[in-house]
Design a protein around this ligand. Structure first.
Ligand code: ATP
Ligand code: MG
Length: 673
């Protein structure tokens, strides 16, 4: 980028927390920001003290850039804190997990039952040769046994590496070998859109490609159909049936006291920008921050029913299904299948049936629901909801407002949470009892987090703001005289407890990707603007930013203007080589149900963008399509659209949800434009 981002789209709606919400919120005193700012280590230490430790830490933080150690010398076990601790304080009968299968089967587990089952799984893993320090690959459907297997690993000090159940044999093979896993835990299959995903068969295929470190495969019978085994190959020296071993195990399995810095897990990023990275998270700091952020951002109360719709194959499932919520002793829904099975109202049926009070989902899902139409949520009782969350991509203001009105009935605060696999926990988000929200903005850094906006050459250009006062103390920064918005590169200036500890097997890449860009801050790779209230507006990845006639324009802003048009459900834009402007804007647009593409509509949509944000952002070409290439976690892969638009061979497509989508798109694009 040649200069800082021009920020074009203006959004001036603002939503205050209601007095009722504010009054009952876990945190409602804005002073927390100032307190955390004045002594961040003390702030985090206060949270760590709420957890059970076998031995206290000697030092809160040792920071030798780029390596941080938190709660140094402390001994702790994550599973103990997520399970045993609650049973010990009399909450054994509280429901922990409500597992709803896609075929409508419901299996619930109380915290006491989770403790027993996790202990049996842990003893099974031990009997299969797993010990402290080993890696276990978990390749399972979204059933309660998935989080319980993760906790079983944590219990005995083995690191889990969860691979999303939608990944191919190739991706599984790569991840098993990269992590050097000793055991794979899988299932005969899982349900997805009425079909069985044959996880065991895919595992066989992955192992057949050569996985020298794998000794055993533990297979949970989810489908329960003997023929499912026949579809795979059963190697009795390697494969172990869950039902043959787990139920027989003792429920007595002590938690392994782990060093605060011991590896808790490895998780591969979703691959939106390139080859996935094996992100490493350690125990004490990670648990402390997932616990803290979950409690304040999601405002848990004893009676809440929390539903995070992510899969445990993504970091969202790690931090906000397993560790954060369970460290808080929350009741949760775990849903196996897709939102359109048997019908497009499935999510709303789940909410109605289980009385979900807090929903945490992704913009890609929200835009899909908008496209399907209001009739689906409107036919269900959503009155149990009291708080809504969003994560994974910037949420377009129109989608935010739809979420607020159609799902939240204008009654639920929305927490738009910015974070990454690498950050381990939420770093930028509203606190629902304090923050006035603005559609499309993740608002403020969480207390104790020092986020900033840098320009190209590494100057901190964060505007000073008065609202909460926590930018005012940064050294040497001049207040912005006009109070205008500043766009640039998001950075995090101080280490935080749940930060990644490295990339598995590749310390050089760890340094290069995150720490070489600026010498005094972490570089997440995202662009942001900060307004005069100090609110952060995430603009997507720096790599996706377009350079049009010398102006940097974020894909996010143009996409939001497109989605703002009544006919548009979803949009992706990219910069495409342009002789005069350097780059022109190419838009890929999915229409809402009931609209069809035409030259008139194309013109109207382009005009709408020009009207919303200015002529400079008017798309040069606009292509109607039925689907967009997305990662399996639902993020738009703009780099592939750039390949399509510029007529190149497609780059790495292994993390795509459906490689057919981009292949079709390429063919049609080349044919029609
Ligand atoms: P890879 O790093 O392999 O390309 P990825 O970045 O998509 O994959 P994740 O760690 O799952 O993998 O996603 C984190 C990214 O998602 C962030 O860097 C940001 O770009 C985007 N993101 C997540 N939450 C938000 C949010 N609330 N607002 C804006 N962007 C978000
Ligand atoms: Mg990333």
């Amino acid at each position: 980028m040649s200069d800082t981002l021009h920020t074009l789209l203006t959004e001036d709606r603002s939503y205050e927390p209601t007095p009722e919400f504010r009054a009952q919120a876990n945190v409602n005193d804005p002073e927390v920001y100032q307190r955390a700012l004045s002594d961040p280590l003390d702030f985090w230490e206060g949270w760590a003290r709420q957890l059970d430790w076998y031995e206290p830490w000697k030092k809160v933080l040792v920071w030798e850039r780029p390596f941080a150690k938190w709660f140094v010398g402390g001994k702790i076990n994550a599973c103990h804190n997520c399970v045993d601790r609650h049973v010990a304080r009399g909450l054994g009968d509280k429901v922990a997990l409500i597992g709803e299968g896609e075929p409508n089967d419901v299996r619930s587990f109380t915290y006491a039952q989770v403790k027993d089952e996790v202990s049996r799984i842990a003893n099974t893993l031990k009997s299969l040769g797993v010990s402290k320090g080993d890696r276990v690959c978990v390749y399972m459907p979204m059933i309660p046994e998935l989080p319980m297997t993760m906790l079983a690993c944590a219990r005995i000090g083995a690191a889990h590496s969860v691979v999303f159940g939608g990944f191919s044999a190739e991706s599984l093979h790569e991840r098993i070998n990269d992590a050097g896993a000793k055991v794979v835990v899988t299932a005969d299959g899982g349900w997805r859109r009425g079909h069985v995903v044959e996880l065991k068969r895919i595992t066989d295929e992955a192992l057949a490609k050569g996985c020298p470190t794998i000794e055993k495969v533990l297979v949970y019978e989810r489908i329960g159909d003997a023929t499912a085994y026949d579809k795979g190959h059963w190697d009795s020296s390697r494969d172990v049936r869950w039902s043959d071993v787990v139920p027989q195990q003792s429920v007595d399995c002590p938690c392994e006291p782990m060093d605060s810095e011991d590896l808790l897990y490895i998780l591969y990023t979703s691959g939106s920008t390139g080859k996935p990275k094996g992100i490493m998270h350690s125990t004490g700091g990670y648990l402390t921050q997932t616990y803290a952020t979950a409690q304040w951002v999601f405002d848990y109360k004893p009676d809440d029913v929390f539903w995070c719709t992510a899969d445990c194959g993504w970091v969202t499932g790690h931090s906000y299904i397993v560790y954060g919520p369970m460290a808080n002793g929350v009741t949760q829904v775990v849903y196996e299948g897709t939102p359109d099975t048997p019908d497009k109202d499935r999510f709303w049926r789940v909410i109605e049936k289980h009385g979900v009070t807090i929903l945490y989902t992704a913009p890609t899902a929200i835009r899909t629901f908008m496209k399907w139409g209001d009739e689906y949520p409107d036919r269900c009782d959503l009155s149990s909801l009291r708080l809504l969350g969003s994560v994974g991509e910037p949420i377009n203001p129109e989608a935010w407002v739809w979420y607020h009105e159609t799902i939240g009935k204008q009654n639920c605060p929305i927490v738009d949470t910015w974070w990454q696999t690498e950050t381990g926990a939420i770093l930028i988000s509203p606190l629902p009892g304090i923050t006035s929200t603005k559609p499309g903005s993740a608002t403020q850094p969480f207390p104790g987090i020092h986020a900033a906006v840098y320009n190209e050459i590494g100057d901190d250009v964060t505007p000073r703001h008065g609202a909460l006062g926590f930018y005012n103390t940064a050294e040497g920064r001049q207040p912005d005289p006009n109070g205008r918005e500043i766009g640039g590169i998001l950075t995090i200036k101080e280490p935080w407890p749940s930060m990644l500890r490295g990339i598995w097997g590749d310390p050089e890449r760890y340094y290069n990707v995150y720490w070489s860009r600026f010498n005094d801050a972490y570089f997440p790779g995202d662009g942001t603007k900060v307004d005069s209230d100090g609110y952060f507006w995430l603009l997507g990845r720096i790599d996706d930013v377009m350079l049009v006639s010398g102006h940097n324009i974020s894909t996010m802003e143009v996409e939001s203007a497109l989605v703002d048009h009544v006919a548009v459900a979803e949009a992706a834009v990219i910069g495409k080589k342009h002789e005069i402007k350097g780059q022109g804007i190419s838009a890929f647009v999915i229409l809402r149900t009931g609209h069809t593409g035409s030259p008139e509509l194309e013109k109207a949509i382009k005009d709408h963008v020009a009207m919303k944000i200015g002529a400079i952002a008017r798309p040069d070409d606009l292509f109607f399509c039925a689907e967009l290439p997305k990662t399996r976690s639902g993020k738009i892969m703009r780099r592939l659209l750039r390949d399509v638009a510029e007529g190149r061979a497609l780059g790495d497509t292994t993390t795509l949800a459906d490689p057919g989508v981009v292949a079709n798109l390429k063919e049609r694009y080349e044919h029609e434009s």
